[in-house]
Ligand binder design. Structure first.
Ligand code: LMG
Ligand code: NDP
Ligand code: PMR
Length: 395
């Protein structure tokens, strides 16, 4: 436990380094000499084979074996190797339920990309995720440095990256004033969209390099960003306007903490961020699907009214929202059911179509849903892409 605790506070630079790169680094009093490769399993970064009671760090020459074994079945038929899926925000709600569903299937190793190591470790254990089926790697989407550091760290794990799920989100419906990420972006759009935008752009290279037969990049969307629905018409409605706030850096200067340049509204900022998520998925599809064969998808998993997403809402809302969704709108789904849905988008052979926004009907059957006019506006998607590139330092 002590080891795991310590790893959560490990400077990212130490969490895993490539051969030869670790220079005389001290950790828990153990020094690692030049030229030795860290076995990330013994850093607790990868729970597989970690003996939590052991504090010894083994410095060894062998590499961490990626979960790539493709044993031939008795019939001599090759089975699909274990896939590796990165899931952001896997410490609770939909992300955790999806991680659990994938891990329990035995077909996936999950990289849980989370900002709170201890919370995630406890959540994974409490959810009963099989040991060795997941690795926790620190990621704070409210910092572009952290995103870049995360990308470096997962690359050092020597695991292929076959699927990436951009799931984490914050929702600040009661905030009167905007708050900002480390890079000075309004928090909801900064975390939900811009952090994921950089992450997805970086990990695209890793997806391209993977030999997995069905590689996917999934960005979680929502009904509330789609004004072609009843839920999307509950005020405040999503509206990116002419993107003037995004263009000016989303930093609150000149009252431009909102994408459309209007006064700050936390609920709207969240819905706007979801529109960006859905536009980004489609722009990825247009730019990269043909060339790479990667499936790009988004989804509305149903109304998971009990998750941590509503932690900042008023207590009355948190009390009434679940029964309202269960008995009145009938849009409610449990975390478990929503996790199964997202796991389908990760793994189902029938859901390989790219550029799709998936939803499920009342019988839990998936279907290709229609996005609102704004959330399917190709010109806006291109502009959001280009402005986001500038903000995250890719252009
Ligand atoms: C707003 O506040 C903020 O003002 C805004 O800034 C922003 O943050 C926004 O989108 C976020 O939130 C939210 C506030 C107003 O909502 C609440 O606090 C509570 C809303 C919870 C949902 C409504 C519950 C209503 C019914 C509860 C019943 C539960 C029990 C069911 C048990 C059934 C058993 C069989 O949010 C608003 O948007 C208010 C909009 C005004 C609409 C008010 C009318 C509600 C009508 C709902 C339809 C259902 C009607 C039928 C009632 C049947 C009763 C059985
Ligand atoms: P939760 O609050 O349960 O999960 C959100 C996750 O995001 C948590 O793991 C949280 O981490 C993580 N997170 C927040 N900020 C950061 C950050 N700066 N860096 C890294 N991770 C961060 O909410 P849900 O499970 O409901 O939300 C998951 C996704 O589902 C979101 O994309 C949301 O928009 C979407 N969605 C949800 C719906 C619902 O009804 N709940 C409906 C439609 C879509 P931590 O645990 O540390 O706080
Ligand atoms: Mg909404 C079919 C109706 C439906 C569905 C599926 C949702 C989903 N909501 C519906 C209807 C209504 N909602 C109605 C009629 C109202 C007025 C009472 C209403 C209100 C409401 C509020 C105040 N709903 C909300 C809020 C929130 O704060 C949530 C939000 O907008 O977060 C951005 C929310 C949601 N309703 C949903 C879903 C899925 C949410 C969670 C938001 C999300 O993750 O996108």
């Amino acid at each position: 436990m002590a080891l795991q605790t310590a790893t959560s506070f490990l400077p990212s630079a130490l969490s895993a380094r490539k051969e030869g790169a670790v220079k005389d680094s001290a950790f828990l009093g153990v020094r690692l000499a030049d030229g030795l490769k860290l076995d990330t399993t013994s850093l607790g970064l990868r729970t597989k084979r970690v003996n939590t009671s052991s504090v010894a760090i083994r410095a060894q020459a062998s590499t961490v074996s990626a979960p790539t074994a493709t044993p031939a079945s008795p019939a001599g038929k090759k089975t699909l190797r274990t896939g590796t899926a990165v899931i952001t925000g896997a410490s609770s709600g939909l992300g955790l339920a999806t991680a659990k569903a994938l891990a329990e299937s035995g077909k996936w190793h999950v990289i849980m990309a989370c900002r709170d190591y201890l919370k995630t470790a406890r959540a994974a254990r409490a959810a009963g995720m099989p040991k060795g089926s997941y690795t926790i790697v620190h990621l704070d989407l409210a910092s572009l440095d952290s995103v870049r550091q995360f990308v470096n760290n997962v690359r050092q794990l020597d695991m292929p990256i076959d699927v990436v799920v951009c799931n984490a989100a914050v929702y600040q419906p009661t905030a009167k004033e905007p708050s900002f990420t480390a890079d000075g972006f309004e928090m909801s759009v900064g975390v939900n969209h811009l952090g994921h935008f950089l992450l997805a752009r970086e990990l695209l290279e890793d997806l391209k390099a993977s030999d997995y037969p069905s590689k996917r990049l999934i960005i979680v969307g929502s009904i509330t960003g789609n004004t072609n629905t009843l839920a999307g018409n509950v005020p405040p409605k999503a509206n990116l306007g002419d993107l003037r706030g995004l263009a000016s850096g989303l930093n609150g200067a000149g009252s431009a903490a909102m994408i459309d340049g209007a006064e700050f509204d936390g609920a709207k900022a969240y819905k706007d961020s979801k529109v960006c998520n859905m536009l980004t998925m489609q722009e990825f599809h247009r730019r990269y699907h043909e060339e790479t064969g990667i499936t790009f998808a988004s989804l509305y998993p149903g109304c998971i009214a009990t998750t941590g997403l509503f932690r900042e809402h008023i207590p009355l809302f948190r009390l009434l929202f679940p029964p309202f969704q269960k008995y009145i709108t009938k849009g409610y789904v449990s975390e478990e059911e929503a996790g199964k849905r997202l796991a389908q988008v990760v793994s189902e052979p029938s859901l390989t179509k790219s550029g799709v926004y998936w939803s499920w009907n009342n019988n839990s059957a998936s279907f290709e849903n229609q996005l609102s006019e704004e959330a399917s506006d190709t010109e806006k998607a291109r502009k959001v892409w280009e402005l986001s590139e500038k903000l995250v330092g890719l252009a």
